[in-house]
Design a protein. Structure first.
Length: 101
């Protein structure tokens, strides 16, 4: 009895097959802050327009899908974990001295 798991079965857990609920919330919050900034500080110059659009651009960058990771936020989390955790790896291979009786 062999069972075949479909390749896209994990995507069924995601919203639209791409986003987790937290990521959609983060993206929505970035868009909401941008809209509020645009309403409060109507951009009269290029620098003010860039500053008003910055939350949406940053949140869009974080939820952008990339290959071999779910998205940019996941890749940043993995890099942070790699550089802040223990980096001394103890080799346990097939050595004769490792055999216990």
């Amino acid at each position: 009895m062999n069972y075949l798991i479909p390749a896209g079965s994990k995507k069924q857990l995601l919203i639209l097959g791409v986003f987790k609920p937290f990521e959609l919330g983060l993206f929505g919050a970035g868009i909401g802050v941008t809209v509020i900034l645009l309403i409060l500080f109507s951009p009269s110059g290029f620098l003010l327009a860039i500053l008003d659009l910055l939350p949406a651009v940053i949140c869009s960058f974080l939820v952008l899908p990339i290959p071999h990771y779910h998205n940019t936020l996941t890749a940043i989390k993995e890099l942070y974990t790699f550089f802040t955790n223990r980096q001394r790896f103890i080799w346990k291979g097939w050595c004769v001295k490792d055999v216990f009786k």
